[in-house]
Write a protein that binds this ligand. Structure first.
Ligand SMILES: Cc1cc2nc3c(=O)[nH]c(=O)nc-3n(C[C@H](O)[C@H](O)[C@H](O)COP(=O)(O)OP(=O)(O)OC[C@H]3O[C@@H](n4cnc5c(N)ncnc54)[C@H](O)[C@@H]3O)c2cc1C
Length: 393
């Protein structure tokens, strides 16, 4: 199926005026790329539950891998506003493609950049930036999801190398990744990050099948059976849960922008459809009930746009707190899910088909509301932040 993508982004409060010319240029180029490369093929890949691997090179070329990583390491050296805009445009196309970009930039390149040795940065970052090397991030385990501190994946010092054992589950990109950033405990119970490379003996990456969500994204496990890890593959500059949580902060920030992209695509589709589809002798957009849905959608999108813009400003100033990022991630995903559900109804029967992107966005967002901290966990983070009282345990 090949369709013309005529998406136009809503900007009810003239929020574009808050962006620089460079930001707008970046947005235009990523939007063009998504319209040309993603929109025409994504439905087919989602239906077939296949990741469109041929998009990797283009994602590298538009700067989607590690936009904020300095140019000397192959990154684009952009600010966080640009990073958010790129994620928004890609997720407007599909959350699965955005997931691949988020994992590569925020969960693989960021930890190497922030916690890695100079040798590790030189060896991996430039190739990850172009997509010549692809990475994945292993934190979640079969028995440890929201509570990663209880992980059992572990490594032992065996003299000139480490020996890694355990398993990770729900790992985006694992079936094709060349390297994995794996979080595991040492003999003292301290969490560290290790760079595990495909081909190491005892390391396998079985694919997870039968997903109804993020079907155009490849998900799998990471299984470690006495894997010998060279000592130089340990990330030297971080230990404890703050390592993986620092990466998640980066990725959650991108999702806060990204999920609004999916919301805007659903709104744009429903608005256009409501003016074209006639029932009872007039366009359905002329009925109050449909206008209520559209009016609420654009209100929530506008609030979300202003929230992420402010978050981007704080992030550029290095002042965005993890709790502020949680609030924005949670708000954007909830907004997008609600809009996708209402937009789908507005399209009637057509809303359940792949002729329109809404149902795919809606199913994708069911993963986005769960990964990178569930909806409930982010609410608990906000609750803890405002009360000073922890309600997790
Ligand atoms: C498609 C997909 C891709 C993913 N990609 C990755 C990846 O690349 N790398 C990676 O490491 N992980 C990844 N994940 C895993 C994801 O981060 C976890 O699914 C998520 O953290 C939740 O963990 P869980 O599924 O084990 O749910 P659980 O933690 O078992 O939670 C189940 C339910 O209990 C609730 N809950 C848990 N604790 C509390 C509490 N204290 N109070 C109240 N309610 C609570 C949760 O909110 C949730 O509703 C991915 C997941 C999916 C679905």
């Amino acid at each position: 199926m090949s369709k013309k993508d005529i998406y136009e982004s809503p900007d009810y409060y003239l929020a574009d005026e808050l962006l620089s010319e460079e930001h707008k240029l970046i947005r235009a180029s990523v939007r063009d790329w998504v319209k040309k490369e993603v929109s025409p093929i994504i439905e087919d890949y989602a239906q077939r539950a296949e990741f469109p691997k041929h998009l990797i090179k283009g994602l590298g070329e538009i700067g989607a891998f590690g936009p904020t990583i300095p140019v000397e390491y192959g990154g684009a050296g952009l600010d966080y506003m640009a990073y958010g805009i790129i994620m928004q445009e890609i997720e407007r196309g599909d959350s699965g493609i955005r997931s691949t970009a988020s994992v590569q930039g925020s969960l693989v390149m960021y930890p190497i950049y922030a916690y890695g040795s100079e040798e590790q940065k030189q060896k991996y970052l430039p190739k990850l930036a172009t997509g010549e090397l692809m990475g994945c991030f292993g934190l979640t385990e079969p028995d440890q999801g929201s509570d990663p501190g209880g992980m059992t994946t572990n490594f032992k010092d065996a003299g000139d190398h480490y020996v890694l054992n355990g398993a990770k589950m729900w790992i985006s990109n694992s079936p094709f990744a060349d390297i994995a950033i794996v979080w595991a405990k040492n003999e003292a119970g301290k969490i560290h990050g290790l760079i595990v490379e495909r081909g190491m003996e005892g390391f396998t990456t079985p694919e997870t099948h039968n997903k109804w969500s993020l079907r155009a994204s490849s998900t799998g496990e990471l299984v470690f059976d006495n894997v010998k890890i060279p000592k130089e593959n340990l990330l030297p500059n971080v230990s404890g849960l703050k390592g993986p949580l620092g990466c998640l902060n980066q990725a959650r920030y991108g999702i806060a922008w990204g999920a609004l992209g999916a919301a805007m695509d659903c709104y744009d589709t429903a608005l256009r459809y409501s003016k074209e589809r006639k029932q009872f002798g007039k366009a359905i957009g002329g009925f109050q009930l449909q206008q209520k849905k559209l009016a609420e959608m654009i209100t929530e999108i506008t609030k979300g746009q202003l929230l992420v813009w402010r978050l981007g400003t704080l992030k550029n100033e290095n002042r965005a707190t993890p709790a502020q990022i949680s609030m924005s991630k949670r708000n954007s995903v909830e907004t997008a899910l609600n809009i996708a559900r209402d937009a789908r109804q507005m399209l009637g029967g057509m809303g359940i088909t792949g002729e329109y992107p809404i149902m795919r966005h809606m199913m994708n967002l069911e993963s986005v509301v769960t990964y990178e901290g569930t909806h409930d966990i982010h609410l608990l983070i906000t609750g803890m932040d405002v009360t000073g009282l922890e309600a997790f345990k």
